[in-house]
Design a protein around this ligand. Structure first.
Ligand SMILES: [Zn+2]
Length: 403
């Protein structure tokens, strides 16, 4: 049997006026999945731990984030299409604006004019014999990869995460000389980038057009590329992902999944999720394991917008779950979330997420897909790191332990 894992980012919630967005939404198809399947709740990383999207996905794919996670940077870089080598240090960056040595806007006014040109200018700088790879991402974002010897991810950011101050000086977090060396390289990069960008014609043009200059690059989320044993080697299955979120695509690429791009998919609530579902159904013909990531639920949650979240859940129900129930056969289908993002706190929480699995399962009496209904299901309460084993078992691909 093949398997299809659907993760709706931040879909779990707490109560607003006595109910969660999932409870308030009309979701006949998710409910049918729960009724025909087996249900439960899941702590994606560990009970009581508030998961980031990256650590949650690592855990759900069966990779222990407590051992392997060093920072968001490497996954952003992989998501942006940089082939990482073992030991690469990567961080996520912003083009920002500075005046008289102080940051005036951390996102350079979110204006993209000239950024491609500016990014090219700071590409491929070499400092102390170490190569720096810089690549522009979406909007004002970019990634920086430091490749060479004597490097360490244990350094502080240059992004002060506030305005009115100069860029922070990167400092070593531990006493190792590799950390000191890496911090020095990052500080030198910041200085050189600033001098290249400030006088650049593209910035003069931005200023002429009454836009803020993109004259400084701020870095954070530094991490080392962990070598993750590829999915295919670990589970003996070929995997593909469909995600419009760079970070999540990066996690998937890091575990060796192929990334499938879908037109009109953008990670927002107006994303073309119907096309993503279609792509997932098609991908199941070629791959043993398909992962479908939908981001809009998390976005509505961070905005604190209950109705937007409820409406988007209803869209997932009709545009994603309905066609999957109709068209996907002989496949273990899993519907869940990577964490809860409660509307009332607008950030990730450790509340367990609902999960339903359809396939060769013993059904339970649960007939609705919500946090509180699924809590009564037969899966009980599981940890994300055990999910792939469940999927492999239910797909009859698990190896026997013992004789
Ligand atoms: Zn998430």
């Amino acid at each position: 049997m093949k398997s299809l894992l659907i993760i709706c980012d931040g879909m779990g919630d707490r109560l607003t006026d006595g109910r969660t967005p999932l409870e308030a939404a009309k979701t006949p198809n998710m409910d049918l999945l729960a009724e025909r399947g087996i249900t439960g709740i899941m702590d994606t990383v560990r009970t009581g731990i508030r998961p980031g999207s990256d650590t949650a996905h690592l855990s759900i794919f069966g990779y222990n984030p407590f051992e392997l996670y060093t920072g968001r940077g490497p996954f952003e870089a992989a998501g942006a299409g940089i082939e990482l080598e073992k030991g690469d240090i990567a961080c996520r960056c912003n083009f920002a604006s500075m005046e008289n040595g102080r940051i005036t806007d951390r996102r350079a006014g979110r204006e993209e004019e000239g950024l491609d040109q500016l990014a090219k200018e700071v590409e491929g700088i070499t400092i102390k014999g170490v190569k720096l790879i810089f690549k522009r991402g979406q909007g004002h974002r970019a990634v920086l990869v430091i490749r060479g010897k004597n490097l360490s991810p244990h350094i502080t950011s240059t992004d002060p995460e506030k305005i009115g101050v100069p860029p922070s000086k990167s400092m070593p977090i531990d006493g190792r000389k590799e950390s000191r060396n890496t911090a020095e390289i990052l500080n030198e990069f910041t200085k050189r980038a600033e001098s290249i960008l400030s006088d650049h014609i593209a910035n003069k043009e931005r200023i002429r057009n009454r836009k803020l200059p993109a004259n400084v690059i701020l870095c954070r989320g530094t991490g080392v590329n962990p070598y993750l044993k590829p999915f295919e080697e670990r589970y003996g299955i070929k995997g593909a992902c469909i995600s419009a979120t760079t970070l999540i695509t990066g996690v998937c690429r890091s575990v060796g999944m192929d990334a499938i791009e879908v037109k009109g998919a953008n990670g927002h609530t107006d994303s073309n999720i119907g096309a993503k579902a279609k792509a997932a159904i098609t991908a199941l013909k070629k791959y043993d394991f398909v992962f479908l990531h939908i981001k809009g639920t998390d976005e509505a949650s961070h905005d604190g917008n209950f109705n937007a979240k409820r409406e988007f859940i209803e869209r997932i129900d009709s545009e994603v779950i309905a066609p999957i129930l109709n068209e996907v056969k002989d496949t273990t289908v899993v519907l869940t979330a990577d964490h809860s993002t409660p509307i009332n706190i607008r950030q990730h929480s450790a509340d367990p997420v609902p999960i339903a699995i359809l396939g060769d399962v013993r059904t339970d009496p649960v007939k609705r897909f919500t946090e509180r209904h699924c809590a009564k299901g037969d899966i009980g309460r599981i940890c994300g790191i055990n999910l792939m084993d469940r999927i492999m078992d239910l797909s009859n691909r698990a190896k026997l332990f013992g004789a």
